[in-house]
Design a protein around this ligand. Sequence first.
Ligand code: HEC
Length: 142
Amino acid sequence: MRKLLFSPLVFVLGWACQSSADVSFDEGKVLFSDYCSKCHGDDAKGGGQAAAHLKTEPADLTRIAARRDGIWPMLEVMSIIDGYTKSTNPREDMPVVSELSEGPMVEFDTGNGLVTPIPARLIALARYLESVQSPKPKRYVP
Ligand code: HEC
């Protein structure tokens, strides 16, 4: 996509919709400490300082794949974070952070032939969580 950026139209599209390779991993880490660590802990294992006041214990986010037979479900994780699955899969005490859906969008290949725009912040955060999985995921699904 980069070499097409000289065309003005592609330039505009390119600006609005960067490739997912441009999503910064560090941004995910910063977003996590800004929005998530108070409940899920700095190490993502669940013991944040706000955790004690909740009815439901915040999940250990280093074991998302372990809880799913070693599968890393990228879209499911993003849906949990943006609240999309809230109606079908109630998660008590897990807030929806609307700021994560703001900002630039990037193309995400959903694996079924569709490329869909997804907020870059959501992808950055999910990629960060992917990197802290313990043990590492055995398989990846979009
Ligand atoms: C106010 C506390 C709180 C905050 C802030 C919070 N969470 Fe949670 N989160 C929870 C609780 C409690 C659960 C467990 C809920 C359940 O399973 O019903 C949970 C569950 C999850 C799960 C599901 C794990 C699984 O294996 O299914 C994910 C993913 C998650 N949180 C990610 C995040 C991210 C990313 C952020 C920051 C944007 C965040 N959470 C912010 C309380 C919080």
